[in-house]
Design a protein around this ligand. Structure first.
Ligand code: HEM
Length: 432
C-alpha cells in the first residue's frame, strides 16, 4: 500500500477538496481517514458553510446511498458549482413539464419518472440483441491492430468503443459520433479545472449545444416516424404521460445516458486490461475457466472505481454509525475507500477471484435508487472485451516503461493515463 506522511494527512483531513496529489493516489489517505473515523467530519465547512463529511466505511457508504430520503443527490445551493438556476434549459423558448435536473441529481417523483425512462433502455433482451453488434465492433477495432505487437490501448480501443456502443444502443446517426467525441473531450479537459480558458469554456458550451440540437432532431423525427428503437419509445412514453413532446427534458435525459455510458466505460475497460496485462497466470486461468471472467470483472471494479466518490446532501438529521449528521451536511461517499474496507473485504489490497461476498457489496456502481442503470451493459461489454483479447492473443503484457497507470487529474473520474500493451499474436484458443 502507498505511504502517506502523517503531516500531509493531518493537513488534508482538514478540508475538501483534498490536494491534487491525493486525488490521483487516494487509497492510503482514505485508509488512514477510515482508521481515524469511517465518518470523518472535516475541520472546515465548504464555501457555503455546509459541514463536510468523508465517508470511508463500506457499511456507512452503503447506508447513505440506500437512504435517498435522508441523503439526496440534489446539491443545488449546498455545493459550489451545482446551482440549477445557472444552467439554462437547452431550448428555453419551449415549455418543459419536468425539472431540469439530469437523472443523477433528480430526487423524489422526478427521479422515479426519469428512472423509469432509463430502465426501458437496458433490459436483458436488449443487451442480448446488442451483443453481436458489440462483438463485431470489438473485433473490428482489434482487426485494425493488424500484426502490431504493441497497442496504445486507450487511443486505439478504450477511448473509442464506448461512443460506438452508444451509437449501437441508441441507434444514433453517423453525425452523432464526432459530436459525442467532442463532448467527451470537453468534459475530460474541463472537469473542475479552475484554470480553463475562455476558449475551452466556449468550446464546451458549443459541444453541448450541438449535442442538445442533435437530441432534439432525433426526438422529433422518431416521434413523427417511430421505429422499434429506444428514442422512439422514450418519446412515446413521455407524450402519453404529458400530452406533448418535451424536447428539453428528453434531450437532457439522453445526454445523461450518453454521459453515463462514456467515460466510466472507457475507464473500466482501461482498468480491465491493466489488471489482465499485469497477471499472465490469470490469463491462463481465465482461458481455461471463462466462467471466472465475471469474478475478474468484480475485482477490477472493486479495486478501480472509475467514479471514486459520490456526493450526497443530508436532508434530515440522521444517525450514521456513531455520528448524528446535521441536516444540510455534504457527505462524500468514497467508494474508492469502501471497496477496500478490511471489515468487508479481507486483505482488501489483494486481487483475488476467490472472494465470496455478493457483487452488490462492491459500491463502484452505486447502491439504492440511483444504482447504475447501465450495469448489465457495462458487465457484458467488459466480458466481451476480456474474452476477445484472451482469444486473440496468447500473451498480453503491460509495457511498464510507457504506461502511466496513475490517473489524469480529475475530481470526478479515475482512468489510467496511458495503457500500453505488448501483444503475442499466436492464437490462444478461448471460445469467443
Ligand atoms: C463500468 C461502467 C460504469 C460505471 C463505473 C458507472 C457508475 C455509475 C454510478 C456510481 C452511478 C450512481 C450515481 C449516483 O448514485 O449518484 C451510476 C448511475 C447511472 N449510470 Fe452508470 N456506470 C457505468 C456504466 C453505465 C452505462 C453503460 C450507462 C448507460 C449506457 C450508465 C448510465 C447510468 C445512468 C443513467 C445512471 C443514473 C441512475 C440514476 O440516477 O437513477 N452507466 N453509474
Amino acid at each position: 500500500m502507498l505511504e502517506v506522511e502523517e503531516d500531509c494527512v493531518t493537513e488534508e483531513m482538514s478540508q475538501w477538496p483534498i490536494s491534487k496529489e491525493t486525488v490521483r493516489c487516494p487509497f492510503a489517505f482514505m485508509a488512514q481517514a477510515r482508521n481515524k473515523d469511517p465518518v470523518l467530519r472535516f475541520d472546515k465547512p465548504n464555501e457555503l458553510g455546509r459541514p463536510m463529511y468523508l465517508v470511508t466505511g463500506q457499511r456507512e457508504c452503503a447506508f447513505i446511498l440506500s437512504h435517498q430520503r435522508e441523503f439526496g443527490s440534489d446539491l443545488a445551493g449546498a455545493m459550489p458549482g451545482f446551482d440549477k438556476s445557472a444552467v439554462p434549459l437547452p431550448f428555453p423558448e419551449v415549455p418543459s413539464f419536468h425539472e431540469k435536473s439530469v437523472i443523477f441529481f433528480a430526487g423524489g417523483d422526478d427521479h422515479r419518472i426519469k428512472r423509469k425512462w432509463s430502465m426501458e433502455l437496458i433490459s436483458r433482451s436488449r443487451v442480448n440483441a446488442w451483443r453481436p453488434l458489440i462483438e463485431a465492433r470489438t473485433d473490428e477495432l482489434l482487426d485494425q491492430l493488424g500484426e502490431q505487437n504493441t497497442c496504445d490501448f486507450r487511443r486505439e480501443f478504450s477511448d473509442i468503443l464506448p461512443v460506438d456502443i452508444l451509437k449501437i444502443i441508441l441507434e444514433l446517426p453517423e453525425e452523432a459520433v464526432p459530436i459525442l467525441r467532442r463532448v467527451s473531450l470537453a468534459i475530460a479537459t474541463t472537469d473542475v479545472d479552475p484554470n480553463i480558458t475562455d476558449e475551452q469554456k466556449a468550446d464546451k458550451a458549443q459541444a453541448f449545444a450541438d449535442l442538445f440540437a442533435l437530441n432534439r432532431r432525433m426526438l422529433e423525427q422518431r416521434f413523427a416516424e417511430p421505429g422499434n428503437d429506444y428514442i422512439s419509445s422514450l418519446a412515446r412514453t413521455q407524450v402519453e404521460q404529458d400530452g406533448a413532446l418535451d424536447v428539453n427534458a428528453l434531450s437532457i435525459h439522453l445526454q445523461g445516458i450518453m454521459f453515463g455510458g462514456d467515460h466510466a466505460v472507457g475507464a473500466f475497460l482501461a482498468y480491465l486490461l491493466t489488471e489482465l496485462a499485469r497477471r499472465p497466470e490469470l490469463q491462463q486461468k481465465l482461458r481455461a475457466q471463462p466462467e471466472l471472467i465475471e469474478h475478474f470483472i468484480d475485482e477490477t471494479l472493486r479495486l478501480n472505481p472509475p467514479l471514486p466518490w459520490l456526493f450526497r446532501h443530508c436532508e434530515i438529521e440522521t444517525q450514521v454509525g456513531d455520528h448524528l449528521i446535521p441536516a444540510g451536511s455534504i457527505m462524500i461517499v468514497a467508494m474508492a475507500a469502501a471497496n477496500r474496507d478490511p471489515a468487508q473485504f479481507p486483505s482488501p489490497e489483494s486481487f483475488s477471484l476467490e472472494r465470496k461476498h455478493p457483487a452488490h457489496e462492491i459500491l463502484t456502481l452505486g447502491r439504492g435508487v440511483h444504482r447504475c442503470v447501465g450495469e448489465p451493459l457495462a458487465r457484458a461489454v467488459g466480458a466481451i472485451v476480456v474474452q476477445r483479447m484472451l482469444s486473440r492473443f496468447s500473451g498480453i503484457a503491460l509495457d511498464e516503461q510507457k504506461s502511466v497507470i496513475t490517473p489524469e487529474l480529475s475530481y470526478q473520474f479515475r482512468c489510467p493515463q496511458e495503457v500500453h500493451l505488448l501483444l503475442d499474436h499466436s492464437r490462444a484458443g478461448i471460445s469467443g
